[in-house]
Design a protein around this ligand. Structure first.
Ligand code: CTP
Ligand code: CA
Length: 225
């Protein structure tokens, strides 16, 4: 994977990466979350370090240890991920949103453990802040990269996110294919960005997350110039 880019392509660059799931509490012992393993974000952090960057990794709860030479910030909720991200934006050159942020959180988390009584309960959920969109909307704006997990219309949905969130590049994943994506060892992706000539793309065949991470870092370095 190291040979996919010349070492030093990100020398002197400060990179912030989000990774893993978020956990949105229902009560002191329960939460809403997802199956993100954090592997892709951690692989990106290692690749960025190998490319010479100084790297902050904002991570939800995952079963991975901190990569060498990476500053790890552990968070739980989407709100905490947002605060940690905004707090690192001063002199951040490149921001990569790889986390599987919970889109919604329980409207109010119970202070005490919820007791079993009614036969049916319904949950009221409210929308979480969009960490990546907030970062990309910040001024000065870091070079902002997102991931898009899609089960259909991969290119169309990913391009929508690229535009709506004001990103410089998006890495689109087809998560309907169980061999790749969430919680798997391998990944395949479509990298999308826009230049003067319009939408540009680079397809990455199924490969390890370490190889995909190196390709993504190389592409970022080349676009950032
Ligand atoms: N993201 C984020 N904060 C959120 C939701 C998403 O930072 N609250 C980031 C993810 O880290 C990812 C990108 O936005 O880089 C796209 O996430 P995705 O879940 O694919 O898209 P959403 O915008 O949440 O839209 P939807 O889930 O409806 O497809
Ligand atoms: Ca989402």
């Amino acid at each position: 994977a190291q040979s996919l880019f010349q070492s030093g392509v990100l020398a002197g660059q400060r990179v912030v990466i989000t990774a893993g799931p978020t956990r949105e509490p229902l009560d002191p012992v329960r939460y809403i979350s997802n199956h993100s393993s954090g592997k892709m974000g951690y692989a990106l952090a290692r690749a960025a370090v190998e490319a010479g960057a100084s790297v902050d990794l904002i991570s939800g709860p995952v079963a991975l240890s901190a990569p060498d030479r990476v500053k790890l910030h552990r968070i739980g909720t989407a709100q905490e991920m947002l605060e940690a991200s905004l707090g690192l934006l001063h002199n951040c050159d490149i921001f990569i949103g790889c986390a599987a942020v919970a889109d919604y959180r329980p409207a109010d988390a119970a202070v005490q453990k919820i007791k079993k009584s009614a036969d049916e309960v319904s949950l009221q959920l409210v929308k979480n802040p969009d960490v990546l969109a907030r970062v990309a909307g910040h001024s000065p704006k870091p070079f902002s990269v997102g991931f898009a997990a899609e089960t259909e219309k991969l290119r169309e949905h990913a391009l929508g996110k690229l535009e709506r969130k004001g990103l410089n590049m998006i890495v689109a994943n087809d998560v309907s294919d169980s061999r790749i994506g969430f919680n798997s060892e391998n990944n395949a992706a479509l990298l999308l960005w826009r230049d003067d000539a319009g939408v540009r793309e680079r397809e990455v065949e199924q490969c390890s997350k370490d190889v995909l991470a190196a390709v993504v870092i190389a592409q970022i370095a080349s676009l950032k110039g």
